[in-house]
Write a protein of this length. Structure first.
Lengths: 883, 114
């Protein structure tokens, strides 16, 4: 071994030699053989002490001790494989939960953008309080204003304003503009939607973000007439190109136009908006060709759509930069409107990127953190209990070691090593388990799939897991360690366990209540009457607008597709709608019924769904009054749902009345209500049934893009999908067929996240209860074994079985009551934070609370009663003989 | 702890190292020999606890001021012999001069006071 230059034997021989030499000398001075040796030994002192000193001086003794503890610990854990498995397993689950929540929370709320000096970045925005901004066509993101003005934050500006900011604000070291869009990408004959952005040539330079391979978009790419290029995300590269290096330089078709890939961004770069994944970046200059229809004008001053991020010069005064921005802004507005009434532009910190959407996710993440922390605490107390019990079991041994001079630190170190023996495998297992958790949590908080990197490529998440591992081991071993090392005789020192149990009970109750709340939310969602039937329906999307169709031509294309599919033998009916139901998309407007104004204060918000005449019958959304949509008509018609009829007509008959909408695209038409259908959900179950108007799509072709098609048929899915693809291709061979799936799957996918989350929470709830029960059971068993003789005497003196049971159970009842008494107000206080995540359940839901308390009480009663029963069966004679 | 003889002085902390190095100037020596030689050269005034000699030897060996090797003593016993290294000689010179300055300073203070 490298740290041992001399063996102990060698040293021992030297000591022996010394003593013999000394004895030789003494003999030569005339001492007798025996006296000489005795005298020599006396002069030397204690040879063992010297050997020990040598032994300890000559190696990394602490390493030796740790190795000893590991050997000792694993031997004794191997003797209790069940115990080891339970402890490791429960810790693994807790660590998986904690690490996954950390990973998601870190990416969405904490982490700075992975670029140099991200603190110099700023985002330009303004607060939209209503009509005071001189803008007619506004697109982009909107967020609630934290300042409490009641306005909405917008980050969109006119092209002219963005150019002015870029050239005239001297405090900006660099600027970049961007606008997020959904591209249709065609590769190898297959089309799909890809989220991405148009970015200015300076965008990546401003960020200081380099490509992992190739190069990002550069200023010279962003010139009209230049060959079109794109940068892609690492995730897109690995999932669509299998990480092929030849992807760089290859051509893909974006919105039908050939585009050359120039670079792959690094895995850490996921766009500038946490929680949203961006896979494709294309220069702004390509917009006129790729998105000819889009109303993103570079000339109209009242069309605001350009978003802007800037980098300040180092050391620039925030105030000065803000003032310059204001000056430029005023001069741009003054070109066509009054700058005095125009809202100010703010420079907000861009360190973490665009946090508007992740801001909404914060509450969810806090709730998750709370849950994860509770679980971790429970697992930790359990580990502490376990270690303590083991330490107590060898308390006699420890006491002897302490009295022989072992240091307390040494005893604690041993406990710490035992904790690590459980914590390390627990953590490794936990990180392995955390992967799927991250996926569920990401979607539950509302972030895009893939916007949180995998645990293994995330050093921060791994570091966190390691930290939790150490922290858990330390926390779990320090209290038992302190107590055990003070123990000088074996006595009833279960006080620690006694204090930990109420803590566990309280935390478990918290989780059980959460289980109840989210479980009931799920039940409510699943039992909700959708208002349509999902069986035997296949659905898919297509988009003719991306391949050059528009207006009436596009409507005709869709009609042709519908006819071709309807002609497939075995298809019962086919329908089309602009948005698929229950997928979170909707179109809204404000409706007015001619001659029947709503009382002031009643909102006129109305959902609009453009459908084909066969959509409502195909989905089995039943007609309650009037007639169905006609197949072809010039006169504008509509069908409304019961919710709309009730809001505008009460119990009157809406048929024959006319309605109008506010939006310019629909404003001029007076639309006749021809029928009323039953209520059906639209964009999500949580939203409930909104007042809805169904309009024939071929009467409203303005801005018509994708179409969702539903096919009802008893044909086997495979055969039907094949026939559908052929039918679509016969209408136009380049049309994409996207998201082809059964409607059941589509709906259950919409609920999957809710279901997974409810399962996750209830899994943790049950785990917590089980852990608490194990803890209580262990305490009770220990108490019983300690009091066996006392019980024996009591029984010998005539105590009845049930009074003995009472004696034993009393303590656990007390601990449980304390725990529940602490847990109920805790759960009550915390449940209000989850209000927005629940559906059809109040946060103070009495069933969830009562269920939690009863469940907790029953499980704990069982855990306490089993040892109590054992106690009452003690044979007095045997009990006394034990002493 | 052996009873303290009035005429004998327990070694000051750190001085044992200097004495060992000094003893080895006259050639290789084993542990018992070093202890004996310190005691006899100091005319039995200095008390060397033989047991405490070995940690000191080990320390010096770790610092590479002395080297060790098994050999045979005059009376044919196997013993571990210590030799002064080059670094050890330099160290000895350094520590000796330090010691002399300390002694001079100490005596000036003590005699001045008297």
């Amino acid at each position: 071994m490298m740290w041992r230059k001399r063996t102990d034997d060698d040293f021992a021989r030297e000591v022996e030699a010394h003593i013999e030499l000394e004895a030789d000398r003494l003999r030569s001075e005339g001492l007798s053989e025996a006296d000489a040796l005795a005298q020599a030994r006396k002069t030397f002192g204690n040879p063992t002490r010297s050997k020990e000193q040598f032994y300890e001086r000559n190696r990394w003794i602490w390493l030796e001790h740790i190795w000893q503890d590991i050997r000792h610990g694993s031997r004794s854990l191997a003797r209790n494989p069940g115990l080891f498995a339970v402890a490791t397993g429960s810790l693994a689950l807790a660590i998986a939960a904690a690490t996954a929540v950390f990973s998601v929370g870190d990416v969405l709320l904490v982490r700075a953008l992975p670029v140099k000096n991200a603190d110099q970045l700023r985002i330009l925005a303004w607060v939209n309080k209503g009509d005071d901004a001189p803008v007619k066509n506004l697109s982009g993101y909107f967020g609630a204003d934290d300042a409490g003005t009641g306005g909405r934050i917008s980050g969109s500006f006119s092209w002219r304003a963005a150019q002015a900011f870029a050239s005239d604000v001297r405090e900006f070291a660099d600027t970049g503009t961007f606008t997020p869009v959904q591209f249709t990408v065609t590769r190898n004959g297959a089309s799909e939607y890809v989220k991405g952005s148009f970015v200015s040539g300076t965008f990546f330079r401003m960020l200081g973000a380099n490509a992992a391979f190739g190069r990002p978009i550069q200023p010279e790419d962003d010139v009209a007439g230049k060959p079109k290029v794109a940068a892609i995300s690492y995730r897109y590269w690995t999932s669509r190109f299998n990480g092929d290096p030849h992807a760089i330089g290859s051509v893909i078709y974006v919105n039908k136009a050939p585009v050359t890939i120039t670079g792959v961004m690094p895995p850490s770069f996921n766009g500038i908006e946490p929680g949203r994944s961006q896979d494709l970046y294309v220069p702004m200059a390509a917009m006129t060709e790729l998105e000819p229809d889009v109303s993103y004008s570079t000339t109209v001053p009242t069309t605001w759509w350009v978003q802007m991020m800037v980098r300040l010069h180092p050391g620039v005064e925030e105030q000065a930069a803000s003032q310059s921005v204001q000056n430029v802004w005023r001069s741009v507005i003054a070109e066509y409107a009054d700058p005095k009434t125009t809202p100010k532009v703010t420079l907000s910190q861009g360190l973490r990127g665009l946090t508007v959407s992740s801001h909404h996710m914060a509450t969810y993440i806090y709730v998750l953190s709370g849950l994860a922390l509770s679980i971790l605490l429970i697992a930790c107390t359990n580990l502490a209990n376990l270690l303590f019990a083991r330490a107590m079991a060898r308390a006699r041994d420890t006491a002897v070691r302490l009295s022989l001079g072992a240091s307390r630190a040494r005893i604690m170190q041993q406990l710490g090593m035992e904790a690590m023996l459980i914590a390390v495998p627990g953590t490794v297992l936990g990180v392995l388990l955390a992967g799927p958790f991250v996926g569920v949590l990401t979607r539950w908080v509302g972030a895009d799939e893939g916007s949180v990197p995998s645990m293994w490529s995330d050093p921060r998440a791994l570091a966190f897991a390691a930290l939790v591992c150490l922290g858990t081991a330390l926390a779990a071993s320090i209290i038992p360690g302190l107590r055990v090392s003070k123990v000088t005789k074996v006595s009833g020192h279960m006080r620690l366990t006694r204090t930990l149990i109420p803590v566990q009970v309280a935390l478990s109750l918290l989780l059980l209540v959460a289980t109840g709340l989210f479980g009931r939310t799920l039940l409510q969602l699943m039992s909700f009457d959708l208002g349509f039937r999902t069986d035997r329906i296949l659905t898919f999307e297509t988009d003719g607008s991306r391949i050059g169709y528009e207006g009436a031509q596009l409507a005709n294309l869709y009609t042709t597709i519908q006819e071709r599919i309807a002609a497939i033998p075995g298809v019962e009916s086919v329908g089309m709608s602009h948005h698929a139901l229950l997928q979170g998309y909707m179109t809204g407007d404000e409706a007015t019924v001619v001659g029947r104004p709503l009382p002031p204060g009643v909102k006129r918000n109305t959902h609009i769904l453009r459908v084909s005449e066969t959509f409502l019958p195909t989905m089995d959304i039943r007609l309650m009054a009037g007639r169905p949509l006609p197949r072809d008509t010039r006169a504008p018609v509509a069908i409304v749902n019961e919710a709309f009829a009730k809001r505008h007509f009460g119990s009157d008959n809406p048929i024959g009345h006319r309605l109008t909408f506010d939006a310019p695209a629909r404003k001029d038409k007076q639309i006749e209500i021809v029928g009323v259908v039953q209520n059906a959900v639209y964009s999500s179950i949580r939203e409930g049934v909104p007042p809805t108007v169904y309009l024939p799509f071929n009467q409203h072709v303005n801005g018509l893009e994708q179409m969702n098609i539903v096919v009802r048929s008893a044909l086997p899915t495979g055969q039907l999908s094949e026939a559908i693809r052929k039918a679509v291709a016969s209408a136009d061979g380049t049309l994409p067929v996207m998201n082809l799936r059964t409607y059941r799957d589509a709906v259950s996918k919409a609920m999957e996240v809710e279901r997974m989350f409810a399962m996750l929470v209830s899994g943790f709830g049950f785990m917590a209860v089980a852990l608490s029960a194990i803890g209580l059971y262990a305490l009770m068993s220990w108490t019983v074994s300690k009091r066996t003789s006392e019980i024996g005497i009591r029984m010998a003196l005539g105590a009845r079985a049930h009074s003995v049971q009472l004696l034993v159970v009393r303590q656990s009842v007390l601990l449980t009551i304390i725990g529940i008494a602490a847990g109920v107000p805790l759960a009550y206080a915390l449940s209000s934070y989850v209000t927005t995540m629940l559906y059809g359940v109040q946060p103070t839901d009495p069933f969830s609370f009562a269920g939690g308390i009863v469940g907790m009480a029953v499980v704990l009663a069982a855990a306490a009663w089993i040892p109590a029963r054992r106690a009452s069966r003690v044979n007095p004679l045997n009990a006394l003989r034990i002493e | 702890m052996p009873t303290q003889d009035n005429e004998r002085i327990a070694l000051l902390q750190g001085t044992l190292d200097l004495l060992i190095l000094r003893t080895l100037v006259f050639g290789p020596q084993h542990g018992q020999g070093i202890a004996r030689s310190i005691q006899s050269q100091s005319e039995d005034v200095l008390l060397v606890d033989h047991g405490s000699l070995y940690p000191a030897l080990q320390r010096l060996e770790d610092k590479k001021w002395i080297a060790a090797e098994w050999g045979t003593s005059e009376n044919n016993r196997k013993a571990r012999f210590y030799t002064l290294t080059k670094a050890g000689k330099q160290q000895l010179a350094k520590e000796t001069s330090q010691w002399q300055r300390l002694v001079a300073a100490m005596s000036r203070v003590l005699e001045g006071e008297a």
